[in-house]
Each structure stands twice: as C-alpha cells, then as structure tokens.
Write a protein that binds this ligand. Sequence first.
Ligand SMILES: C[S@@+](CC[C@H](N)C(=O)[O-])C[C@H]1O[C@@H](n2cnc3c(N)ncnc32)[C@H](O)[C@@H]1O
Length: 451
Amino acid sequence: MRCLQLLILALLVPANVSLVNPRQVALKVLSSPKKTNVNVDFLSELKTPSDRNLCTNLIQTANRRSGQIDAIIDRYAEKRPKKLVLAGLKLGITQIHFLSTPPHAAIHETLEALKTFKEISKPQINFVNAVLRAADRGKEGEGEVLGNDVLNLSDFIAGSIESDWGAEVLENVARVYSRHSGGVSLTCRDSVEDFSKELSKREVEHVVGDLGSIYVKNPGSIKRLPGFESGLFWVQDASAALPAIILRNGISQISQNTETPPFVIDVCSAPGGKAMQMGSWGWDVEGVELVEKRAKRMCENIERCKLEKNVKVVVADASQHNFERPPVGFLLDAPCSATGTGRKNVDVMRRQNGAQMEAELIETTKSIWSNCLTWGAKVAVFSTCSLSEAEGEKQVNWILGKGEVRIDMIKEEEVPGFADSIDVRGCLRVFPDDTSPGGRDGFFICRFIFE
Ligand SMILES: C[S@@+](CC[C@H](N)C(=O)[O-])C[C@H]1O[C@@H](n2cnc3c(N)ncnc32)[C@H](O)[C@@H]1O
C-alpha cells in the first residue's frame, strides 16, 4: 500500500519540483539559534536556484533585521514563544515588513510551512496567525522601529563604533549590515576580463569593481559557480584585496630588481586570500599560520587554484618563527575582532562582549610585529578587518613608537574608488559600504618603510 502511495506521488510530482520548500528550510535554520549564517547543507535540500535564493534571502533578512523584528514581536506577542513558534513569527514579519511579499501570502505560506513540522500544535498555529495579522495591521505605525537599523546591532558593537567614529558612521554601518543581501566578492587567479566574460556566458549576474574584484549578487553555493573546480577564483572582499596591492606598490618603489619574483611573507595567512593573490602575480610567498586546521584549508585552496609553486604554508606561531632568507616585504593581516565583516558574518552584529577578546588580540599582534621586525624586510603592510581604532590607528601609534619604520603614505592613484578613505597620515580606513559596485567590508591598512 505504502509503495503504491509513493508511486502515485511520484507520478503526480514533476521531477523538477522540490518536496522541501524554502520556508520550511528557513524555519529549520531560524529555530536553531546557533545557525545564524546560511548553511550550504541546508540549502542543498532545495533543488532549484530560485528556491535556494529565496531561502537565503529569508534567512539573511531575518538574521540581519533581528533587532527590529524582535521589537515588533515584543509589541504584538504578550510573551516570547520558544524556538519553532518564534521562528514562525520571525519568518512572517521578515516577509511582511522587510521583503515585498504581499501580507496574505506571507502569512499563509508561513503557516503552511509551520504545519509540516509535527511538533507544532493547532493552538500554536493560531497564535502565529493572530500575531502576524496584528503585526500586519499595525505596520503603518512602526516607522520608528523600521527606520532604526541600529536596533540590529548589539549594544556592545553599536557602543564601540559610536565611541570611535560617532553617530553618523554608526548609522551607516548599521544600514549596510542590515541590508546586505548575501552577495560575495571574488578575486580572480588570471584575467579578470576573461573570467567576467565566462560568468556572463553562463548568465551569472556580476559587477567588476574598481580594483578588479568581481561581485556576484546571488552566488547560491560558491562551489557551483563556473571556474570553482578549476581554481579560477577565491572568495575575497574588495577591501581585503587591497593590502596585497598596496604591498606590491611599496615593493615596486624600492626594488630595482624586476627579474626575480619578490620573496614575501604573508603573516597570519589562512584562509589564504592575500597569499594566493600575491602568488597569482608569480611571487614567491611563504604564509605563516598558527592554526593547523586553518592552514590545511588554506593548502586545499592553494591546490585548487594551482598555486602550489608560488605559495608555501608553514604552521607556526608568527611571534616566534624565523626564516632562512630575508623577505623584501611582509604583510601582517592581524588576527582581529573582524567587526568590519558584518556584511558576510551576521554574528558580528550581535556580539555581546568583545572587549576582552580585542585586548588579547591587540597584545598578540604586538608580539607578532616585534618578531616580524627581525626578518630584515624593507617594506611592510599592516592590515585588519576591524572597525576598532584600538586595533588599527592606535596599533600604528604603537608600531611607530617602537621604531625602525616610518609610514609610507598610500596615494590616491594607488586605490581608485577608495581614495576618500585615505586618512591624514596616509593610511586607509575603509568603512563598510554598499554604494560602490558590490560594496565593501570595513578595513584598515597602513604601509611602512624600514628606515
Ligand atoms: C584575519 S585572519 C587572516 C586572513 C588572511 N590573511 C587572508 O587573507 O585570508 C588572521 C589569521 O591569523 C591566525 N593567527 C592568529 N594568531 C597567530 C599567530 N600567533 N601566528 C600565526 N597566525 C596566527 C589566525 O588563525 C587567522 O587564521
């Protein structure tokens, strides 16, 4: 009998229709609080690109808008429900208030998806229905919540951005982090133009940024993008591609030797975006990475992109490790609080307390820098994907106080599209942005010359 039922079902359901729908998957993810980022395993349950895109959009929006959504739920639900019921409310409000889903469809589809979970009871469905309908009726009066993106940042993150940079920067960062749609920037191993043509041929919507990064709006699974297997690209934000470019300009200013590829150290190297970028220019790169698991993943990336000849990785503590030959330059992309990466890492927005972690990372970076000074390099780039002054500008004060180097000012012509981000000392302070093609993460970069 069961076999017969399955056979009938198989005949009724066309082969390309997925039995799991995007809202069910979104409910599953939203009801498990640890899974804040869209997980490829969940997405792989969905069969079509449009289902995967819808699901990604639902999860991303619900997570990015969580402060605003919570404020709306608190207004219409007398007490906070648990897990799946709460996920139902979040999913409904995401669609009603932040995506342009017609409210009746948003409510109906959310309830239908909820009903497929056997642990959901009839009264719970009625509760979700009532709250979503009330929230829809009250939508016009929610201007204060809907216009306040800062609600989506934890007090700790909002407080530290505001105390370093003021209210206007805080509002901009909150706006960018609340709206980011899940696109990614890629760095190409070979010609950007050729890769862009390949993407166009396969109808992958993308933009080429000022310094050659390619932004893909709806990547879905990265592994499914053309050129992944053959190693034509790796994921790296447009800002994160700048430190290596700035090091290259610094080296070309001081080195007369154009015959031999420069030998450089990529300090704190995994997952390897910058090391591979420099390797793709034919350079001789040695990466130092403390965490073995991360170094292993980096090696897999290097192999995929066929850059083994140019990029070597050593698992070591960069505050202790030494090299047999002096590099012409090094790039220290410091371990940091990563608060500039909230566009791709939603967890950053909600961090409750990072003060202790930040203080420890600052000390680690100082001891790494002290060791780097013994390597005999001529040029250095220090970078961090943090928005914190203490991890960027104030570290530069400490570096200058330690001596042996001076700042080599970054010039406007080196960084087209980023010239506005050069500060008075000639360092680059990039804030998260979504107005330039593909947008960018927050970053801080300073170049030094050894005296
Ligand atoms: C910001 S990430 C580097 C990103 C990398 N530069 C890239 O472009 O892909 C910082 C890295 O530093 C590593 N790290 C932390 N402390 C270290 C140490 N003492 N020595 C070497 N690596 C360290 C971390 O494990 C992490 O992988």
